[in-house]
Design a protein. Sequence first.
Length: 100
Amino acid sequence: METIVWIDDKQIKATDFKNEQVQISEADNSAEKISFLFKVNSEEYHDVAVLLYKNDFQVRVPDLDLEFPATIHNYATDRTDLYKEGQVADYYLELIEKRK
């Protein structure tokens, strides 16, 4: 099943979407954490890379009425050659709610 995730103004078509509450420390309340897979092709690679390097996002998941400021908790990709035309990579991304 596909879930739409917005990272700032970028729409992501996510699969294997998970949402959970995690405890950051004993002093903090729980924080939202989402994780998902998505595809990135060589044509959109630069824009996605620039977005992720910011590591300071506003995340929205309209289907769950979920919105929060976030940073990257974990990230992985199965390819490093997206600069070559015609390539497609699987990205895994975990975003965690940013606490003030």
